[in-house]
Write a protein that binds this ligand. Sequence first.
Ligand code: MRU
Length: 368
Amino acid sequence: MMVDQQHYRTIWLKADDARVVQVIDQTRLPHAFEILDLQTVAEACLAIRNMTVRGAGLIGACAAFGMYLAALEATDASFTSLMKQAGLRLKATRPTAANLAWAVDRMSRAMASTASPTAARQIARAEAQAIADEDVDHCRRIGAHGLALIEGIAQSKPGQPVNILTHCNAGWLAFVDIGSATAPIYAAHDAGMPLHIWVDETRPRNQGASLTAWELGQHGVPHTLIADNAGGHLMQHGMVDLVITGADRVTRNGDAANKIGTYLKALAAHDNRVPMVVALPSSTFDFEMRDGVANIPIEERGSEEVRWMSGRTQSGVLESVRICPETTPARNWGFDVTPARLISKLICERGVCDANEAAILALFPEHA
Ligand code: MRU
């Protein structure tokens, strides 16, 4: 993604000191673009937990680089046990996105190929970089496959923009680059197709308002921010051609966990015969799990995220304000699960498929 004429990934090794991992502090966007240094596995865990970095692909990449930082910190004498502890700490930061545990396990497997801590540190660096590079490649492929879906709709309404609704942020900021849900959008926009994106604000943390709106603006994609509850009304009035969301975990049969509220958008899309597609790289699949509603662990976050909102005041100060009475209790589930029957298509790096076990395994036969 270009930010002020410079290309950025969301995570990288510092150019003059490869012992430091750098990330964009997403808690500061859209008000400030700040880079943060991570130098220890504890700092990587904190960055994931407090959502300095967030989004399924990026927390996977951050966990991979976190394992690399842990390898640099670990003493030779206790290397294996310290790396095991680091993996457990990283996995405990957030429960829903499959990418996190996937990345930690892949790092552990790669390092297990040697008994030498020195060699393991080199392997850790190369493997974390490979995970980041692969994330970018997979998002680029998702864009190419999704482009055909948007093209089909564009041909049915020549000269008019294709209206796409998206929820939360499954964009460049949720991955290492490009994004999953945004990949087809950026590909279509770059190909000159007229598009307009409805951006759900995505309470309670407002990733749509603060992140998706910001990155679509950086890329020059026409968009409009809407209140979370507006999507159904727009669909009833023919103002949405396609819903594209990302996913944090998709089961073997196609049930998809995504940011809370996605299920309601899928119900509205189904009722109005609007295609609802979910874009994901293979690292988001949980091939061990079948029933997503019953089994995907749903993160419950602090109630202050519901009770308080933050933003910039007219005088330019960043402030938090409480939006309910002082003693009102609140609950804060981060994700919900959209059953496969409500999903029209999945877009993965290997192609587009129906959301059912046979179609998914036809694309990923190694998991059959
Ligand atoms: O809580 P977050 O911000 O880490 O949630 C992730 C999301 O933004 C969405 O659920 C997204 O659509 C999937 S992440 C590719």
